[in-house]
Design a protein around this ligand. Sequence first.
Ligand SMILES: C[S@@+](CC[C@H](N)C(=O)[O-])C[C@H]1O[C@@H](n2cnc3c(N)ncnc32)[C@H](O)[C@@H]1O
Length: 457
Amino acid sequence: MSMTTDPRYLAFTLIEAGQKPFLPLDRAVDDAALSLERLSQKNRGLCHAIVFGVFRHRGRIDQLIGHCSKLAFDRIDPKVKTILRLGVFQIVFLDRVPDFAAIDTSIELAKAICGKKASGFINAVLRNISRSHKKIALPCLDKNLPGHLAAAFSIPSWLGKRWAARYGKEKTLTLAGALMDLPPLTLRVNPRKNSREELIANFERAGIKSQITRFSPLGLQVRTPGIAIPDLPGFNEGLFQIQDEAAQLAVQVLAPKPCENILDACAGLGTKTCHMALEMGNKGNITANDTGERKAERLNTEAKRLNIDIIRTTHVDMAKAGFNDFSSYFDRVLVDAPCTGLGVLARNPDSRWKRKPNDLIRMAALQQKILNGSANLVKPGGVLVYAVCSCEPEETTQVIQRFLDKRKDFSPDPSGFEARLPFFCESGIKTFYKTTFPDHLEMDGFFIARMRRNRKN
Ligand SMILES: C[S@@+](CC[C@H](N)C(=O)[O-])C[C@H]1O[C@@H](n2cnc3c(N)ncnc32)[C@H](O)[C@@H]1O
């Protein structure tokens, strides 16, 4: 097999790419679509399993390498480390690959990429791990909680310490455990084309089990595992859109109405934009804005698939935005702000290793500016919804608190929030925001707040 059609070689290049701080692993995988297509289906599956598995289990993998290598972990060459991680993942977590095959293929990879000397080192470490990994215990939960969280759940030490201080040991353990599970595949039906019941029946005919979501009126969880999204019946016909339930609730809180003028300030690939358009019965105007210009093309393709034609795309930096950038005020503005993504680590295992404590401060400053710029575009009496896929106070409650302290032209909107999400408002307690956690209700970690611009007297 040549290196270009070797699934482990491709896994190596994807892991190296996915370790770059500003390249999300998903994007690295998308960019490698052509190379992945050259692999057989079985090898493509193996490549995916290795790439995502290495990031997901890196805490335990690195603990084992540190334990079984004569060279100090930090002194191992980065490429050698990647090949070791790939080999250890197969030995420890991939039952379908025998240890000898994992070791031999790693040695071949090392010879091709790093030379003969490195291959000897890799051989020694992997053989040692193959013999002894079952006897190497996790760090003790009581004496070294951050070490335990890192090895057992791939939670970096800074984050483990942070959560333990805020939530205590038990909640931190359930949270970290939930982030190791593969999240459910959730979608939202396209009510312009079918109902939830029709889609469930459609899936059932294809042998696919699904069930309705608990809170979102349009959501469906696919319960049959291992089906690629484009292979779900009705995908090409636009019968549904993939979206986690918590993200569905953000548009539910925004509550766009037919014929309104809406701004999606950070539209990204447009999942929420399309959701808004469907809520509006494809009547009205939506401006889908994002600084990432490449994303607009994908947003437009998705809108076409769903039969939506009320969206126009713009590329304004919302941190500096003002009325002149759009020449209109909006009835409702959604700010689904860029964030650390610490609420969706289960979906993006590479993020665990990329985020640093300083990111929280950096992101919070950006979120503050984007929220403020976007707020300038809300008409008096209009609605402003702020959302992030993070549960960290710096990016959630502190951002909206600071915003409301400064912007006296805005007020919390608890009645609007409660009308849309009554199940989140415990009786008697008025709130205008909610944080969901990944270890609760089978949803992503997410934050949603609803505010209103005061009417002029
Ligand atoms: C959380 S994502 C949005 C996801 C999107 N709403 C969805 O549902 O698919 C945040 C987006 O903000 C964009 N962004 C970052 N900085 C921005 C800025 N200063 N102004 C506008 N958009 C920005 C990013 O490119 C990214 O696509």
